[in-house]
Design a protein. Sequence first.
Length: 449
Amino acid sequence: MQTTGLLAQDAIDTALTALVRFRALCDTLHVRKIWAIATAACRDARNGAAFIGKAERICRTPIKILSGKREAQLTALGVVSGIHRPNGIVGDLGGGSLELVDVHGSRVRGGVTLPLGGLALQDIAGRSLRKAEKVVEDSFRGLSLLKQGEGRTFYAVGGTWRALARLHMWQTGYPFHVMHNYRVSAREALDFSRLVHRVDTETLSKIEVVNAARRPLLAYAAVVMENLVRIVRPKEVVFSVLGVREGLLYSLLKTREQHRDPLIAAAADLNVLRSRSPGHGEELIEWTDRFIVSSGLDETADERRLRHAACLLGDIGWRAHPDYRGEQSMNIIAHGAFVAIDHPSRAYLALAVYFRHAGLSEDELSPRLRELATPRIIDRARVLGAAMRVAYILTAGQEGVLPKTPMQVKRGKLELKLPGRCGKLMSDRLFSRLRQLARLVGREPAIEV
């Protein structure tokens, strides 16, 4: 398209055939509202309008052609919706263009689009990587937006960059294969990009994990990444699977919904779907809040957020066989479709709920999760797991008990109160679990009936 100004006819035919199927699926699902958007190729091609006309007749809905700036903004909103408190430069590498935009929290600023998408760059450079390097260098020269990213994070969006990250995962033996929020240091991203663009892609180790259709574009994506990292000088590169599509959906939400924490919202939904008593998970948050504050354990705002999410997920495995509740809960959480959480934090959530079910031993822990977790993560997961073991043996997972039975550190002891009728819940097993938790926080256990 870059050299002829036209969308290729075979690509048009493929796209229209796909849209026929998509429309049929929408009819099967009784979809009443469709949002359809088009990006760089349709925006720039001389026959783009004709293609859009045919596509609209198939989809039976208007198709909005995004400007480059709007495309960049929606990509940034996609990152906002799926990364906790993002701060850096978002880069969305598509087939036709590269969108770059600054994001800090929910604030999105600027936005530029460049014809450096994988297919476009391959076309402009006449399939010469040497020429592609020159095109990329010329395109980035004097671009002030890139200088704003130094020491911050570069968020990589787009299928070819995700393919690059997937290859890196497999080559380095990374223990986790969830792509969203995969993080690589700037130095490692630079070195790996240089490697990919300087050798024959098909000779790379583990290249078979990359879809064959993506492989010819890997080197061009690597050229763009190499130059971006070299010029921006970020502290790290984070790969996001959420982009322009999710940004569009996020832009349609009411402000109140946009401000919800997506991790807490997802954990709350899973709590409602799978727990015996969803209200118990909410009560567990307040119950552990009081315990942590009184214990003297230092807890950051991010750690508090994760503890709240873990409390909501504490009982999602109760329907499983008792011998496998810990293992099944751990797998559900570690591999769940959560966003706004990095991989070590996933390990914390999974381990906390595992310890709650399986006990505090590390003997049967997943080696993959162990690789992701720092000693602090394991320690904090064990403390929360031990606290939940006290709560669940006390309440049988039902709401209404925890607000009446506070647990906190007082006068050097970890004290659990069982007032009134709650005194009947006293047992040797409850005291044993309280003693386990007390040892972890360096206190003596005490139950006041």
